[in-house]
Design a protein around this ligand. Structure first.
Ligand code: H53
Length: 821
């Protein structure tokens, strides 16, 4: 139990909150009110640790990491915080004494969904590990008024519903008005001469006030509490008649509107750049505020700005925060009067960049017109960075236009953020070994040749505290009973489980737990989606963002194929299987949304066909999000990780499934490669083209899906069912676009961009191996336990230690709480 936790005090605190906030006694309280009262009581405990942590940081004058990210997909805080202050049994007891169930209370919390998918969730796992390992860090982001939309399925289609997560107030956040910071947009740059020196000032701009809200990030059982600082926008002068009188009416209205719109909503695109002006405003807004604050905080304690990088590191989570590079330059040049070379040295020693994708549609390239209009001074600085860099390229590769074309930062009317991020920092990392190799040898080859010392790999990880300890209590307790609780902060120790994989009784215990978790998921799906699941069937799960490269389409085409087999032969000997899908599609991504409709259309037909004796069932789980993800991972038998090789930079869901004892059915892509390396190919189901083969086809051509269509009857039959109304009798043309995407070469894109038809036969073959393997329960249990036992590498604690050692160079801090008098 945490030093600061006392059961009686806590109970009093809950009762006090109930009275003070709601004017109620507990027996009158709704679960939602109880949630609030408990959350405030937990925050009370955390606050002391939070204060103590920051005192210690100040005292030791620590180096601090700023993890700059447009997204933090935190998931619910209450359950996790209770676990982190090590008070779960006590809080559970208190609630029972008061007539409440902790699970029900936790369910009242909205998921703070300030992120889309993998990238945002990774940021959240990193914050958890940083605090647990005792490293000084801030997460810096945006307090979106509306987070990731809630998904409803109606008539098989996705509907987006706004996520009003702040509706009832958020108990864990703390408004820090004292750190409000001005951020300027637009206008023009004026040159003034001061003491014989040229100085640049932005004039005629609009500004907004950035106001930070802090959320505590509680380390596990170590009294360390770090901060997630998310910025809200406010109008700088509240709109008043005063300004009307001064003739600034128009500007006052504009500033008011700017503030309102800027943090309004999270763009729901994952791995896709849409080029929206408001998005660039969001980027500069939170970066300018965060960087200004970081500099101010440093200068409060130090007098030499030249050593800024000794105490500060900025990690850029993808290219989204790249304006941090010119923003830091601006502050150093314009506010501190440093020379270009001095400013550049400090900046490039402070910034480091993580690349999360090679998908070309994700690359951010802002039109010069827009960029320079919105950020005139920043654009000047970018131009100068580019001018100097082009000079360097020309010196190194005289006359080589190709190098200039590929590496320039400003080129062809665009500002290329990835190039700026690579040049503006001291480190460039990929997120899995294969991904980093592809960056070095393909995507970023020219940069790697010029500056090889910057490139390094940091294979992603996940926090076992949320995805096993909190999400799967039955398995967590079982693991602890077998090997002790060390794994909670030292996941590699989970390898000690391996010996139990040989023990028939342990296998049985493991399978019983899996079964109970399947019942729990079945209950969830029944309650939320009204669909019955059979927990005795095999649960085959694909949950992740909907994207063509992730190939949910291949999965459902295979289900359609299986169904045809069953219709041909109702006595087909197969293990009953439930195919579960969960995925949000970006609101404007038509084909992705049509794929959701297809999955639901197939589900409709198959689930209502009595003739197949319930051998397959297809379920689309509505509104996939962090809180139900925890339940889903715990219940999975098979983990579908079937992206086109080379396209999934890492994947992190794959790791969460493994930790919960699901077997991977996947391609040799992203971190799957390393997962298979840890658990052994014999305990996974691998299929499909290698990334080398994919890249060769992409470079040299020669792939013709029509050939496959013509030669493979089963594939042809499935594809014809997309356009003959088999799954959409009312509208036979409904899925024409999907059919065309696989076969039609008329468009400028190659047909079947993601090699679905090419991999489908080998996927079907791997699925047959899964079916065979599942029949041998002893084998399956053993392989599942070995997956859990081999998951040690994939803790985000390991990832963070690697970042610290190779990039951030932070010192661990210990926080002792003073005993209260
Ligand atoms: O980042 C994850 C990776 C995953 C990758 C994902 C990602 C986004 O979620 C959004 C944008 C982007 O560039 C990359 O797709 O493979 O695991 C965390 O690194």
């Amino acid at each position: 139990m945490s030093m600061g936790f006392d059961k009686e005090t806590f109970k009093k605190s809950v009762l006090f909150n109930m009275k003070n906030v709601f004017r109620k006694t507990v027996d009158e309280a709704t679960p939602e009110q109880m949630y609030q009262a408990v959350a405030y009581a937990v925050k009370d405990v955390i606050i002391d640790e939070w204060i103590a942590t920051h005192k210690e940081y100040e005292k030791q004058d620590v180096k601090t990491l700023y993890y700059l990210s447009m997204e933090f997909l935190m998931g619910r805080a209450l359950g996790n915080n209770i676990i982190s202050i090590m008070a779960q049994p006590e809080v559970k007891e208190i609630l029972e004494e008061l007539g409440f169930d902790l699970n029900v209370i936790e369910d009242q919390e909205p998921d703070p969904a300030l992120g889309n998918g993998g990238l945002g969730r990774l940021a959240a796992c990193f914050l958890d590990s940083l605090a647990t390992l005792g490293y000084p860090a801030y997460g810096c982001g945006i307090r979106y008024r509306y987070g990731m939309f809630k998904q409803k399925i109606e008539g098989g289609y996705q509907l987006e519903v706004p996520d009003d997560w702040l509706k009832n107030g958020y108990p864990f956040e703390l408004r820090r008005a004292e750190y409000a910071t001005e951020v300027k947009f637009g206008g023009y740059v004026n040159t003034v001469w001061e003491n014989g020196k040229e100085r640049f000032v932005q004039e005629g701009y609009q500004s907004v006030l950035a106001v930070p809200y802090d959320m505590p990030i509680v380390g596990y059982g170590n009294n360390v509490v770090n901060t997630l600082r998310i910025w809200d926008a406010q109008a700088i002068n509240t709109f008043s008649l005063d300004s009307f009188d001064r003739g600034d009416y128009q500007k006052a209205v504009e500033q008011e509107n700017l503030a309102k719109t800027i943090v309004e909503v999270l763009y729901p695109n994952d791995n896709h750049y849409a080029g929206k002006e408001l998005r660039l405003k969001q980027q500069y807004f939170f970066i300018s505020a965060s960087v200004q604050r970081a500099v101010m905080k440093y200068m409060e304690k130090h007098d030499d700005i030249h050593k800024f990088y000794e105490k500060t590191v900025f990690q850029l989570n993808d290219t989204h925060p790249t304006v941090a590079v010119p923003e830091l330059m601006r502050i150093l040049l314009d506010d501190y009067g440093l020379s270009w070379d001095e400013a550049w040295e400090i900046t490039t020693k402070t910034c480091a960049y993580t690349n999360h994708t090679i998908m070309s549609e994700a690359l951010e390239k802002w039109p010069i017109e827009l960029f320079s209009r919105l950020l005139p001074r920043i654009y000047q600085i970018v131009e100068e960075i580019n001018r100097r860099f082009q000079q360097k390229i020309t010196e190194m590769y005289p006359g080589n236009q190709d190098k200039l074309r590929k590496m320039s930062i400003v080129y062809d009317g665009q500002v290329r953020m990835a190039n700026l991020a690579i040049l503006g920092g001291f480190s460039v990392n990929g997120v899995a070994r294969l991904h980093t190799e592809i960056l070095k040898n393909q995507e970023l080859k020219d940069f790697y040749q010029m500056m090889p010392e910057k490139f390094n790999n940091k294979t992603n990880g996940i926090t076992q505290r949320r995805f096993l300890l909190h999400g799967n209590p039955l398995l967590a307790q079982w693991v602890t009973k077998k090997i002790g609780s060390d794994w909670i902060t030292n996941l590699p120790h989970i390898h000690r489980l391996a010996i139990y994989a040989e023990d028939p009784r342990c296998r049985q215990e493991f399978m019983d737990i899996k079964y109970q978790n399947k019942v729990r998921l079945a209950d969830y799906v029944k309650e939320h989606n009204g669909i019955e699941l059979d927990p005795r069937s095999m649960f085959d799960v694909q949950v992740k963002r909907l994207h063509e490269y992730k190939r949910q389409l291949m999965n459902i085409l295979h289900v359609m194929y299986l169904y045809n087999q069953l219709k041909d032969n109702p006595n087909l000997d197969m293990v009953p299987r439930t195919f579960l899908f969960g995925a949000k599609a970006a609101a404007g991504y038509k084909r992705a949304k049509l794929t959701i409709k297809l999955i639901n259309a197939v589900a409709d037909v198959i689930n209502n066909d009595r003739s197949i004796g319930g051998k397959i069932k297809v379920v689309f789980i509505e509104d996939y999000k962090v809180s139900n993800a925890e339940i889903i991972f715990a219940a999975a038998d098979v983990s579908e990780q079937i992206s086109t090789a080379s396209k999934e930079a890492s994947g992190t869901g794959n790791m969460k499934f493994m930790l919960n004892g699901a077997l991977t059915l996947g391609t040799m892509d992203g971190a799957n490669v390393e997962i298979v390396e840890e658990v052994g190919a014999e305990n996974a189901f691998i299929f499909g083209m290698s990334s080398d083969e994919v890249i060769r086809y992409e470079n040299e051509g020669g792939y013709n899906p029509m050939e496959i269509f013509n030669n493979n009857f089963e594939i042809r039959r499935v594809l014809m069912q997309l356009i003959n109304g088999y799954y959409s009798p009312q509208d036979p043309e409904l899925f024409r676009d999907i059919y065309n995407s696989l076969l039609n070469t008329k468009s400028s894109d190659r047909a079947d961009t993601y090699f679905i038809l090419r991999d489908l036969p080998s996927y079907a073959e791997a699925q047959r191996r899964v079916d065979q393997a599942y029949r041998d329960e002893a084998w399956w249990a053993k392989a599942a336990i070995l997956n859990v036992a081999s998951s040690g590498k994939f803790t985000s604690d390991r990832t963070i230690e690697e970042y610290v050692k190779d990039i951030w160079h932070l010192e661990k801090v210990k926080v002792e709480l003073e005993e209260e008098a």
